[in-house]
Design a protein around this ligand. Structure first.
Ligand code: SF4
Length: 117
């Protein structure tokens, strides 16, 4: 049982903490958390956080290279808290539908941005 608990804890540390074993760590700043390695708000189009860049083929794409916000421990935890709140009582398939609800995700982002700019 202890081994299973340890294995589970390992998964949590990798997923929710600072994944220093990742070859890209730290991709934004030291001690960043990696919980939202793939940002749930992408593309947020908030130019205080990210920016449009031009690719080699001339197409514009939203870039998050300069965004540290979602990797801050306080922000990452608050986003998780809000997402857990809106997925409470749902099974996994239903919870994943939240990611198709852009309006709801943007509301969550706005709420967290107001609380933790
Ligand atoms: S700029 Fe930041 S908040 Fe916006 S989509 Fe990219 S990582 Fe997410």
């Amino acid at each position: 049982m202890i081994d299973l608990a340890k294995k589970h804890f390992e998964k949590i540390v990798i997923l929710c903490g600072a994944n220093r074993d990742c070859k890209y760590y730290p991709c934004h700043f030291n001690n960043q958390v990696c919980l939202w390695c793939f940002c749930p708000f992408y593309p947020c189009y908030d130019e205080r956080l990210g920016e449009f860049i031009t690719r080699k083929d001339g197409n514009k794409i939203w870039s998050c290279i300069k965004c540290s916000w979602i990797h801050r421990p306080d922000v990452a935890c608050e986003v998780l808290k809000e997402i857990l709140e809106v997925t409470r009582g749902k099974n996994t398939a239903e919870a994943l539908k939240v990611f198709e609800n852009r309006e709801l995700l943007m509301e969550i982002m706005k709420k967290v941005r107001e609380k933790l700019p």
